[in-house]
Write a protein that binds this ligand. Sequence first.
Ligand code: IPE
Ligand code: IPE
Ligand code: MG
Length: 259
Amino acid sequence: MLPSSTRSIPDIARIPRHIAIIMDGNGRWAKQRFMPRIMGHQRGVESLRGTVRACRDLGVEYLTVFAFSSENWRRPVDEVSFLMSLFLKMLEREVANLHKNNIRLKIIGDRSRFDEKLQHTMRDAEQLTANNTGLTLTIAANYGGRWDVMHAVQALLHDHPELATSFFEEDLQPYLSMSDAPEPDLFIRTGGEKRISNFMLWQLAYTELYFTDTLWPAFDRKKLEHAIASYQNRERRFGRTSEQLLSGTVQAESGEPHA
Ligand code: IPE
Ligand code: IPE
Ligand code: MG
């Protein structure tokens, strides 16, 4: 099992192993251009493609993106159905390319609300790329951080009813959506809002947060590099003092994959 990043300190000078992004601002990007919101979503897919490529080139190991929240069902029906068909088209169109680039695709969230065809395409895409060893791209769809924790607790207690009165973080960890990945080092939210919007609540406990006014369709490699540079100037303490870190009494993580 992966240790919580709250226990060891990753080397800040390195490229973050795991970047999590809330891709926000598609609608406003379109509106500024007097275009319908859906055009913003379409351009957002281009930004995602560029970001995946940049992460792969930079040596990021995990990229997790918020594509559709459990709250986004509250949007107008037309926009929701456009997003669903865009998601399906994107999977159909991009999966071969992801596979060719050794990228492993994973989807997290409650899939039961998606139509059969989309669920099927998701499964196929994951299966095709399951053994790839390059970047792991995780798409959060009908995902919510609270759902993730609730779902994990339910699954844990289903498997281990004897833990109902007492269990530890380590018991729950394997049941969380991102159990096979280190916790995000860097969180990026585009679009100017400074909130988490129910994304990876558990996993972001000690993640460095970066907010930018850039709208998602305008987010490019340069902006990503800027976010990473900002991350590399932070001091991650995980509850310790600055002096402890400077005195070198705390062992930095080597960056080797966790056992
Ligand atoms: C993010 O962009 C994409 C999704 C939530 C699917 P928005 O659609 O939220 O764009 P804004 O925030 O309205 O500009
Ligand atoms: C968060 O964006 C979800 C995604 C980007 C998929 P929203 O635009 O839905 O977030 P709020 O509603 O402004 O918090
Ligand atoms: Mg938004």
